[in-house]
Design a protein around this ligand. Structure first.
Ligand SMILES: [Fe+2]
Length: 396
């Protein structure tokens, strides 16, 4: 990330800084990896430690589904009814110790502020628009934005009109742009599929001075949610600067790469986390060699699980997979185009597909919701006799 400064700051860090009334402001250093990672420095009206009352700690319970069969899976999220709020409306589908993936279709705002104290978050906005009111300022989001929220960010979501459909990620690690896209100073390189200009920090900083009013803060930590009561507005920052802040990146600002022959999924990588990646499959011209096969070859990712969330467009020469569907191609099983799909794709020059992929190095576990939304015909959709129930081949 690049350096950003918003609001009022003293010329030197760790020095006395007062507001117009002469009140000493509270400096908070928020950083990763002890004091060795990226950090920001925020100046508050009140101590961020100030808690009026301690509420309940509610553990997070995962209703796991351990399937009888190890097969490729298709999860249909489109029929899932909207409901819930932007935090507790996240309905987990797959998880491991590195990442949790959920779908969220919130219909109501959370009547509290939220802070994830044990992980970074990514929200891919399939549909919907609104604003995140955060301790770093207000961040607008819209369709097809990735919203990246560092741990420790206090925020609430103000939703705009219309439906909201999100794919969400939580990781106990850090969400970053891939190392290979950055030079030794951290700047994005010319061959990266995006530049610093494509990443949008909060646009405006509003300092809330609602001292004496009651607000609830819910902090995720230790696999649960701690409820706290405050008697001041937690978005009370007058200024901040640094490299840690929430931002948006729109998937249409990802510059796709094509080649004379088929390019591997790695060219679509957008973010990295611990033992997983997030990739963006965007509309692009296809392979231009006269003998090119412009759809994926069969492949066995021997140490990966592949999840693709289909967003929009025509998914190559495939049928049966719609927007809002997720495919899971677990380790141990090769995958590739279904019978007849390679022949049908020959000569294609362009794809309009839009999809988000998450590859994990460690096996994914499933939830009861994944069982509820599971389309069992997908597992045999490569079988020649199963054409009637045939679903899609994956994009990668
Ligand atoms: Fe794949």
């Amino acid at each position: 990330m690049r350096y950003v400064a918003m609001g009022d700051l003293p010329p030197k860090r760790h020095t006395q800084f007062r507001d117009d009334d002469g009140m000493l402001l509270v400096e908070e250093v928020m950083g990763y990896e002890g004091f060795s990672g990226n950090e920001s420095i925020l100046y508050h009206l009140r101590s961020p430690c100030d808690v009026a009352e301690i509420g309940a700690f509610v553990p997070i319970e995962i209703d796991e589904w351990v399937p009888d069969a190890h097969v490729h899976r298709l999860t249909e999220t489109a029929p899932l009814a909207p409901g819930g709020d932007p935090v507790f409306g996240r309905r987990m589908l797959m998880f491991n110790d590195d990442v949790e993936m959920a779908v969220c279709k919130p219909t109501e705002e959370l009547d509290a502020f939220y802070r994830n104290g044990e992980g970074d978050e990514v929200i891919f906005v399939h549909e919907g628009a609104g604003e995140l009111e955060t301790v770093f300022g207000t961040l607008a989001y819209g369709p097809h934005d990735y919203v990246v929220i560092p741990r420790g960010t206090t925020y609430r979501v103000r939703m705009g009109d219309g439906p909201q459909t999100w794919l969400t990620f939580h990781t106990p690690g850090e969400i970053e742009t891939p190392n290979r896209y950055r030079n030794r100073y951290g700047q994005l390189l010319e061959h990266a599929p995006f530049s610093q200009r494509d990443f949008h920090p909060p646009r405006r900083l509003q300092t809330h001075r609602a001292d004496g009013e009651a607000f609830e803060l819910i902090v995720r930590a230790r696999r649960g949610h701690q409820h706290l009561s405050l008697d001041y507005h937690p978005l009370d920052v007058v200024g901040w600067d640094g490299y840690v802040y929430p931002y948006t990146f729109n998937i249409h600002d990802f510059e796709p790469k094509s080649g004379r022959l088929h390019q591997p999924p790695t060219v679509h990588q957008t973010f990295q986390g611990p033992n997983f990646v997030i990739c963006s499959f965007c509309p692009r011209n296809l392979d231009w060699d006269p003998l090119a096969v412009p759809i994926p070859y069969h492949h066995s990712n021997l140490q990966s699980e592949e999840v693709i969330y289909y967003v929009d467009g025509q998914f190559g020469s495939r049928a049966g997979v719609h927007a809002g569907a997720l495919t899971l191609h677990p380790s141990g099983l090769p995958h590739g185009p279904q019978p007849g799909r390679v022949e049908a794709a020959l000569g294609s020059t362009r794809t309009e597909e839009l999809a988000v992929m998450c590859d994990t190095f460690r096996p994914l576990r499933l939830t009861a919701l994944a069982r509820e939304l599971d389309n069992p015909s997908y597992a045999t959709s490569w079988h020649r006799a199963g054409a009637g129930a045939r679903a899609s081949a994956p994009a990668s």
